[in-house]
Design a protein around this ligand. Sequence first.
Ligand code: ADP
Ligand code: ZN
Ligand code: ZN
Length: 805
Amino acid sequence: MPGDVFEYCDVSLPVPIDQAFTYRLPLTLRHRVKPGCRVLVPFGARRLTGVVLTCHETPPEVEAREALRLLDEEPVLDESLLGLARWLASYYCAPLGEVLRCMTPLGGEIRRSKVYTLTDTGRDAARRLTGDAVEPSVQLLRMLEARPLSEVWLNKQVPGAGKVLKNLQRKGFVQLEEVHADRDPLRASSSRLKVEFSGRPAEAPRKKSERELLAYLEMHPGPHSLAAVEKNVRGAGQAARALARRSLVLLRPDEPASPSLAAPARHTLNPAQQEAFERLKEGIDSRQFHTFLLQGVTGSGKTEVYLNAIQACLDTGRGALLLVPEIALTPAVAGQFYHRFPDRVAVLHSAFGDAERAEQWRRIRTGAASVVVGTRSAVFAPVRDLGLVLVDEEHDQSYKQEETPRYGGRDVAVVRGQHAGACVVLGSATPSLESRQNVERGRYTLLELPDRIERRPMPQVEIIDMREEFLATRKQAVFSRSLLEAIRERLSGGEQTMLLLNRRGFSSFVSCRSCGESVQCRDCSVTLTYHRRDRRLLCHYCNYAERVPTVCPQCASEYIYFVGLGSEKVEDELHQAFPTARIARMDRDTVTGKRRYETILQSFRNGEYDILVGTQMIAKGHDIPNVTLVGIVSADIGLSMPDFRAAERTFQLLTQAAGRAGRGSLPGQVLIQTSNPDHYAIRFAAAQDYASFYAKELEFRRAMRYPPFSALANVVIRARTQEEAFRLSGELSALVAPPPAQVRVLGPAEAPLQRLKGDFRYQMLIKSSSRVTLREVLNRLRSHALEKRWPATALIIDVDPFSLM
Ligand code: ADP
Ligand code: ZN
Ligand code: ZN
């Protein structure tokens, strides 16, 4: 049909320039390329993968180069996702090409490999060969005589093989085929093998395929045909055999009845859950965009409401998407969804490799999977006919992407729901101020689950004033006497304890008594943290490490000492206080992969440990019935952060952590140690009083014109020298002086972290009562940087920032 065939297409490329590039389509591609497809194109001396935005007949002013290859026969992004991409680029002031790159799964083409085979002519020629075996063409023909070989492999064996092979191809001696990697005949027996996760603790294996296989099996509980797994995880066949030798996976011949994980119990909804569900069902059935805030206290059974809502959505023939925080997507959670919606679930986790992710993407796009559970980037999953978008723990920080494009997953979820005409549900025990304010403004509908399941009591919370403790004991102790006593009781009663300290390492820094200096990172303006286990000082921002000095690096005095407290120290002190207790620690030093995290958690759940010490990792979402005591070793650490959200974050963390206690039939107790017992974030968290916290915090935000009372952007300027950073920030500052009426500009000033990874950093905070004006201002800054050809890393624009460091 005429009109369906276009000569040109405009392609968005992952470069920091704000424009699409026009390419000519070769004849073979003209009728196949559609908006939303990925194409490979030449760009300068490079080849880049970009997304086609439009196809047209308008020749560009300068002659267009030709597109090289079409990567998708069907568009990876449909019209509505392309629309979402445009919204994202504009709202977050990010280049469209980078937004699109972030929205499409990587490596869809990776599984295909190129294989050379001999033609009949080639075979004849090879047979007649008498030439010198070091001649590359002779070598190659001889090798191919034995069997077809991949281009990659041949290139490794024979230097310069690429050119020679092309030549041989032109002469008609060899032909090039694209094959799928899983055609390897050596793996034929895989179809008769079943592979299953063993749940054994182990150090993370070094090989990528092994790690990916473990992550896959862990997220997909139960036995699988190895052949099926090989389709999803590259190199699974070999990896499974290697891991089985180390007992890290179970590998056995397929027998008819293989045991599978027990299905989690299904509950009849209690009246509050039922009420919330019915309101959601109405929303889903109306097929109109509407946002609900599901505010349910910890342990109120929000997940069961999600599951029912998803079912209701599937019943209308539409698909559903559930976002969960990074750390909360455990096998237990994934398992719940597999059991409830067998064969229809796709799980998207950042621990998966490219091949697996691409495969899940394909299942979603074809409609084979209509329920998607995933972390932040799953918000872009191409769910067909989307009817329901759920965001669990909507306040969670992990929804914010801290690299370009710096989007907020929760907010994108709402906009996606709007584009799709879907029902959106944001769930939390401690909703963000922004979301709760949207209820007040009439944008969201509030649904509440005010009680715990089966009317289990909320934990009893007590604040311990560490200043009084010091006065009474004259000792700077890690644990107060009451916390020690409470732990002792749990140990003798066979109940479990969780202890939270929001800082890893042993002590927070090393200081010198003579000159007062503390040891700083070479590349960042922060103190190094002492990690005793590996006897070194570590930077928590850039991972720079050095040995513990024996004398002060500044004045050479010997009087250096360790200040402050980290999770490692807490564990150590616990061992001293309770020598026979079984203690596990969970922080970024002990948890190297997602697997290790779940292993520690699972052992704790099984009762193999009495006490779990950890950073905020342990606060989120876990449901461990035997935990009756939660101790917050110091509630003060987060409060001192130079960030307007410090109080909100502390409140959320304490409430969530407290919510881990007493989730089973035994009541829970929470002890909060602090030197700021009167701080409202701590007081209201102790009282589990969201409403009062919200009112008080809102007052502060209003007075300071912080979100939700203004739109905020953090503009960071980076350079290798301080002078350069200062100069660049001066240029930007001049562009917004004087600022438009609705806008206030703070700075530029040195950022709280003046140096990071060797760069000097300046910062401007821009507050505006109008989003449109804010965007205009930010675009002005960005155009300036582009015009002046600043390096891509010099300017960071963070709209709706989460961290102001
Ligand atoms: P939340 O996410 O609100 O903190 P969960 O969804 O983890 O709470 O639910 C807490 C516990 O209550 C889970 O063990 C869940 O299986 C159980 N549960 C949920 N709904 C019911 C119900 N209607 N009756 C009995 N138990 C329930
Ligand atoms: Zn010194
Ligand atoms: Zn550093």
